[in-house]
Design a protein around this ligand. Structure first.
Ligand SMILES: Cc1cc2nc3c(=O)[nH]c(=O)nc-3n(C[C@H](O)[C@H](O)[C@H](O)COP(=O)(O)OP(=O)(O)OC[C@H]3O[C@@H](n4cnc5c(N)ncnc54)[C@H](O)[C@@H]3O)c2cc1C
Length: 332
């Protein structure tokens, strides 16, 4: 590909993945005085939290008895903001190259090249894309959605949700009382979602639940107007529907990261106690890492991000100490 100098960026540290671990790593890089770039293939920061459960309360973040997913991500963004990280969103990190001087270059699907001295991979489960709803046909961006980032946007809409897992049931509960009508269509009789959530949904007088049903067809002249559903005996019904939420799960894939020569195990990156990977200058943190006793939780990812960035710091500046100092010693 032709060189595109206007697309080239130079920073100290590149973070691949703007989930909770990546955003906290961005804060820590800034705190250590590093110029940081954050790359994410999704158009919005927040990783799994914003993509899959922005409205859910999380109960196991240290210091927060309960925090809504969206508020946690907002807080992480505000924490990193004073250090002005460069966000390269909506673009996948596709290539990683290390030259003889130890300079690393990341390339993105948008043709951007970012050079740096160290990389922290916080790629979670990889680039994830929603499982498609075949009957949704061509209604993407015209009524068919895979996420509900802002439930209030669906006020005065008839919403049909498809799926039987946690996301589908959570969206139904969230939209109950917000949307004009909420119907959940699940092709089986049993739900995979948390029992308590299923019980709440079934107890709601305003959520219609159609089990053993499938969405056969979506129709509408320009925007989505209705869906045709059928039960196992072939009995059909047409439901008014301006928004169809396909909550059928995700396909996750490390994608190009598989080709970067990292030591991997079961789709995860092996790291040592400094969070260093098998590639010099490349660290990892969060769900993507693997080591004996690994626990995949946000709280763990935060700790790993701090370890990764502080160890990266000693590589970028061999004079720098590993311990960052206490944040309480910094001016407000
Ligand atoms: C429904 C649900 C509920 C959950 N509840 C809890 C809970 O209560 N408590 C808890 O601690 N955890 C919970 N989790 C798990 C938690 O969300 C994850 O542990 C956390 O999101 C991991 O953060 P991360 O930053 O490591 O990765 P992720 O959040 O997965 O973010 C990784 C980011 O990297 C990006 N990416 C990947 N590859 C590339 C690439 N090549 N180029 C550019 N970008 C890339 C992805 O797009 C993604 O945005 C839950 C998960 C789900 C699905």
């Amino acid at each position: 590909m032709a060189d595109r100098p206007h697309q080239d960026r130079e920073v100290d540290l590149v973070i691949v993945g703007a989930g909770p671990a990546g955003l906290f790593a961005a804060y820590y890089g800034g705190f250590r005085g590093l110029r940081v770039a954050v790359i994410d293939s999704l158009p919005q920061p927040g990783g799994q939290v914003m993509a899959m459960y922005p409205e859910k309360p999380i109960h196991d973040i240290a210091g927060f008895p309960s925090v809504r997913g969206r508020d946690l991500i907002d807080g992480l963004m505000r924490q990193a903001a004073p250090f002005d990280p460069l966000y390269l969103l909506g673009q996948q990190a596709t290539g990683l190259h290390r030259d003889v001087h130890g300079i690393l270059t990341l390339t993105t699907s948008a043709g951007v090249r970012v050079t740096c001295r160290a990389v922290v991979l916080t790629a979670g489960v990889g680039t994830f894309s929603p499982r498609e709803l075949p009957a949704g046909g061509s209604y993407e961006d015209r009524g068919l959605v895979y996420f509900v980032p802002r439930p209030d946007d669906l006020a005065d809409q008839d919403v049909v949700i498809v799926g039987g897992g946690d996301s589908a049931v959570d969206w139904a509960l969230l939209l109950d009382g917000v949307a004009r009508s909420v119907t959940l269509v699940h092709r089986r009789a049993r739900f995979r979602a948390h029992e308590h959530s299923v019980a709440r949904m079934l107890a709601s007088p305003s959520i219609e639940v159609l089990v053993d049903h499938e969405v056969m067809e979506a129709t509408g002249t320009h925007m989505l107007e209705s869906v045709r559903v059928a039960d196992k005996r072939g009995n059909e019904r047409r439901l008014k529907c301006q928004t169809l939420v396909a909550a059928l799960g995700f396909v996750a894939d490390l994608g190009p990261i598989n080709e970067w020569g990292l030591e991997l195990r079961d789709r995860h990156i092996l790291v040592d106690t400094t969070m260093a990977t098998s590639l010099p200058g490349v660290f990892a943190a969060g769900d993507v890492t693997e080591y004996p006793g690994k626990v995949r939780l946000i709280a763990v990812g935060f700790g790993e991000a701090a370890t990764a960035v502080n160890n990266a710091m000693t590589l970028i500046d061999p004079e720098a100490s590993l311990f960052p100092g206490h944040s309480t010693d910094q001016p407000c």
